[in-house]
Design a protein around this ligand. Sequence first.
Ligand code: 6YU
Length: 497
Amino acid sequence: TVMDTRIVIVGSGISGLSAAHKLIKSGFINVRILESTARSGGRVKTGRLGDNVVEIGANWIHGPSEENPVFRLARQYGLLDPEALTPENQALDIGGNPPWVPNMFSSSGRRLTPEEFEPAEEMFGKVLNESSEFESKGGEPRATVGEYIRSEVKQQAAEEWKDVDTKTRSTRLCVISNMFKVNCCINGTHSLDEVGLGAYGLYKTLPGLDCTFPRGYEGLIENLMSELPEGLVSYNTPVKCVHWNNTEKRDEALTVECDDGERIAADHVIVTVPLGYLKKHHSALFCPPLPLHKIHSIQRLGFGTNNKIFVEFDSPWWDADCEVIHLVWDDEDEIVDQVPDIQTSWMKKLFGFTVLKPTERYGYALCGWIAGHESEYMETLSEQEVTHGITQLVRRFTGNPTLTPKRILRSQWFHDPWTCGSYTFPGKLCSAQDLKNMMEPLPKKRSQAQPLQVLFAGEATHHCFYSTVHGAVLTGWREADRLISHYSNVSPSLPKS
Ligand code: 6YU
């Protein structure tokens, strides 16, 4: 019966918590979460820069509107600013591109004029939008987003900018390189040459102007936790292996083995570990191993690194209305998103900064964004070395040799042993089928074996909202619903949710 069905959830991120929440509300009482670290939230992680809250992980609610479960929860818990709740804000359809006010700086120490960067932004935006259209045209499995944009931009620049002086045209192409780096961060990839063109359009946006949690994203986690039974989560309890389909011991068909040797018998396990962790550890984490088609999908999907470097200054070197700062290198008119020598020039990959607002709360603080292997290398440096790199960078771009950051703080998602990167993107040979394979429960066929032993949730298992918090929530609910409907067929006593 529902009362004694044993459900184990691996991972206490937002997807694991969402699954537990729904199961418990539907009457399941024998639910446990096993979490490797000492906290809940996973990639939803709020930190401090001085007295201010800053997000180490997820930053925005992407598309805060009625269809977004994170928006609905945040509203219900009273976690949002009034502006985010207005109908106007919810109706704004930005298609994933917030209309931020930019300031553009060049590596020669001057500001770029709108004449220099606006045509480049416009051209890049148009071609990027076209990149989303190959999915519906039946795909283009081999080519990448990087190759497509690069060739389209080169062709269009030659035609449309043929009467523009060489220097301005070159500067505009350098701006395009900057746009590539911005999109490496958005996609959490090393290079746009790793993002599959055929699958790029799978990602869907929701209406609503992206908003933040003024008191921190972790407020969402705390509120969810407060509605769950005490002791639900076992912390510092990494799962080492999920033993499934054990046909010898019928009553122990499924057991979860922890690092400390404890073995927990279960009827169902919901695995929510990040794709980065799965890529590295899937062969040890499952016994017997995962079916081949699932392993291939784990490999085809991409999981890269995007990190933040928060930097505080005594006074601003950007305009009062500026929301995003771009750092444009004037030797990058060949459209590049990778640096020539990571150890000496990793900081060239940092596309720039978003400005923390409001100023009354944050003072003059910026959030720098850096993706890829350059970002992974940055994680290995000491805080002093990172500070030194950032200081040199802002001095060069402002032309101000005395500019000095007050304080810095950075994330290190690649070296987090339980995440191994930041979030999912569609790799070169990816298709919609790979996301379907990711979410498919085990064992696959309705054989003699007990069905729905191992279920899969987490950001990387959502067919169109992968890489987001709302995607993760929906996958937790989906797997809870899978079990709820399974038991409402076998045991009519289950209250309908
Ligand atoms: C969003 C945003 N945002 C920035 C940065 C990052 C992410 N995301 P979890 O990892 O949370 O939980 C798993 C748990 O399992 C965890 O606690 C582990 O410790 C545990 N575990 C692991 N192994 C275990 C074991 N063996 N045993 C036991 N436990 C184990 N999302 O909505 N808005 O602004 C950002 C951002 C720096 C790192 C983000 C953002 C992603 C979300 O944070 C993430 O999806 C969810 O938190 C994941 O939850 P989960 O439960 O699945 O895993 C146009 C276009 C194109 C394409 N896409 C672009 C979209 C934009 C994506 N944007 C992200 C941007 C930022 C800036």
